[in-house]
Every structure is written in C-alpha cells, then in structure tokens.
Ligand binder design. Structure first.
Ligand SMILES: Cc1cc2nc3c(=O)[nH]c(=O)nc-3n(C[C@H](O)[C@H](O)[C@H](O)COP(=O)(O)OP(=O)(O)OC[C@H]3O[C@@H](n4cnc5c(N)ncnc54)[C@H](O)[C@@H]3O)c2cc1C
Length: 291
C-alpha cells in the first residue's frame, strides 16, 4: 500500500488512492480538524486555546474518557470503489450516509476482483471466519484463477446478452457475482469513522476490507494528527480487561507501585500518570470482590 504522507490534507482531496486490483479511495471533501474538536469541547469556555500541547492533552483526555461528541464535529466524504462482497461488510456500519452506483439505472462495468496469488490461503483452523497464513499449492492457485477468469467472463457475457435482448437492467444483473466492483460516496463523522477503523483495521477483519481501512486511516492521520495519535494509543493499540481477568491480574501485580515521575519520563502526561496509578490501584482492589 502506498504511504500517504502529506502535511497539507487539502493536497489529498480528489486523489485516487489505489486499493486491491481495481478499487480506490478518494477523499471528496472534509470538514474540520483537531482544532474543531478542541473548539467544540471548549464551547463552554468561549474561545479555543492556541496552545498546541494543551490541545493534544485535551484530545487525549476526550478520547480516553469516551467523550465522543466533539469528534462528531469533523466529517469526511469519500468516493470508494470496492468489490460487492467488501461493500456488504462495509454497509453494516450504519452511522454513515451512503449513495451507491445503481445497477438498475446504469449498466454494470466489467470489473471483477481477483485476489493476488499470495492471498490464496487455506481455511484457518483457529478462526472459523478467516484464512490462515498457509498459501494454497501452486496448482490449486492456478485452478482458482482459471475458474474466476472463466466464470466471470461467462457471467458477464450472459449479462450483456440479456441487456441487449431488452431485459431490464435490474433483472439482468442478478446473476453477477460478489467479486464485481461497485462504487459509492460514503460520508461519516470522525467518531463513527474511528469506530469503523478500529473494527476494520483489526487483524480479525478480512484482508480485502482492511486494505481500504488502512488507506482511510492514513487520510485521517494527515487530517487530524492529534486525534489519530490518541486513537492509536487509546483504541487501536489498547486492551480492555474483563472483571475476571482483572481479578487474575490483581494476584499477579504484587506490590507494583509506579513512580509518577518515571511514568512522565516514559511518555505519559502528569494527568495520564495519575490515572495510570489509579488504574493499578483498582486492579489491586479487584482481588476479593466476590467475597
Ligand atoms: C471481524 C468482524 C466480523 C464480523 N462478523 C459478522 C458476522 O459473521 N455476521 C454479521 O452479521 N455481522 C458480522 N460483523 C458485523 C458486526 O456485527 C457489526 O454489524 C459491524 O461491525 C458494524 O458495527 P456497529 O453496529 O458497531 O457499527 P455502526 O452501525 O456504525 O454503529 C455504531 C454504533 O452505533 C450504535 N447504533 C447504530 N445503529 C443502531 C441501532 N439501530 N440500534 C442501536 N444502536 C445502534 C451502536 O452502539 C453501534 O455500536 C462482523 C464485524 C467484524 C468487524
């Protein structure tokens, strides 16, 4: 995947970032940035702050404490071209506005997704939904590629035949496969977009949607760098624990008592260091909760 590096997010507008063999993500428009989040959060105090370090701390606080509505002040509109089976997963995220290419109104384009050979893997034995890391033998890969090529060409020829015979487009299309590409405009606010990205950048998400999420993630990073940093810290690379897990941890934590100054040196703000010490205390208290 191409790395999107831009200090000026406006330079990203209307660029086609290639995804899979025929797909893309294009940023059509966006509204707001980290400053809009800070401004909304501070509405009760009047003017927004000009101090960057304070803005960063505030954004981290908001994200870390699930104060989500300021993140709804930022919006993104994307044009996405994606295989239909990816679109079916994507559309489950209901908190977006969508307008899709219509196979009733327009003739479908002959563009199908064909996985790269290294993506042709065996069924995972540990995750019932996923592929494993083991690639198919070369002869099986070749057989699948041939099967795709022949069946897609056949189905599209038949589609064209019935279109030319006068069958309504809305019916002629119904035998086309999920590997066909579709396109849509997709508009979403930053809060819900981060939720989408947390689920779809995760290693449990299917590779073919993950690659789209990765590109969108880079666009968000360029547009809202402080929010992105906080998102990586508090969501993407963070872990939650159940009550039972906390109880187990409380037995293992012993007399671990972190020093605030050392925590600040390790990269936490003073506020975050205090919260971390409080969390350790809470883990310790989880030990005898059911007695
Ligand atoms: C790895 C993975 C595997 C999956 N496997 C399956 C599967 O096998 N089968 C399947 O059917 N789905 C599957 N899904 C889809 C999943 O169950 C969710 O539907 C999808 O991720 C969208 O999440 P969401 O509802 O939180 O998002 P959104 O629709 O964007 O909603 C965001 C949040 O808004 C709230 N919300 C939105 N709409 C409503 C509403 N109408 N009522 C109440 N609250 C609402 C909820 O709090 C929700 O979490 C899978 C998802 C992932 C990431």
């Amino acid at each position: 995947m191409a790395k999107i590096v831009s200090k000026d997010p406006k330079a990203l507008l209307n660029q086609e970032f290639k995804v899979l063999d025929h797909g893309f993500v294009r940023l059509i428009d966006y509204m707001g940035s980290d400053a809009a989040i800070v401004q909304a959060a501070r509405v009760s105090y009047g003017e927004g702050t000009t101090r960057k370090s304070r803005d960063r701390e505030l954004i981290r606080y908001l994200l870390g404490h699930w104060h989500t509505s300021p993140f709804e002040m930022v919006e993104f509109k994307f044009h996405v071209k994606l295989p239909i089976f990816v679109a079916r997963q994507w559309i489950r995220h209901r908190t977006a506005n969508v307008n899709e290419y219509s196979g009733r109104y327009s003739v479908m384009k002959e563009e199908f997704y064909r996985p790269e050979p290294q993506q042709l893997r065996t069924q995972s034995k540990t995750n019932h939904q996923a592929r494993s890391t083991e690639e198919l033998p070369d002869d099986q890969k070749a057989a699948f590629a041939e099967h795709q090529e022949e069946s897609q060409a056949h189905l599209f020829t038949e589609y064209n035949r019935f279109i030319e015979a006068g069958l309504a487009r809305e019916l002629a299309r119904i035998n086309l496969p999920l590997s066909l590409y579709t396109e849509w405009y997709w508009k979403i606010d930053l809060h819900n977009l981060l939720h989408f990205l947390r689920l779809r950048m995760d290693s449990h998400a299917q590779y073919e949607i993950r690659v789209y999420a990765d590109v969108i993630g880079q666009i968000v990073k360029a547009t809202c760098p402080m929010s992105w940093e906080a998102f990586e810290d508090y969501r993407l690379n963070a872990l939650g624990f159940s009550a039972v897990e906390l109880k187990i941890l409380s037995g293992a934590i012993g007399d671990f008592a972190p020093d605030k100054e050392a925590l600040v040196k390790a990269g936490l703000s003073k506020l975050e260091a205090g919260e971390f010490i409080h969390k350790i205390e809470r883990i310790r208290q989880s030990s005898g909760d059911d007695d």
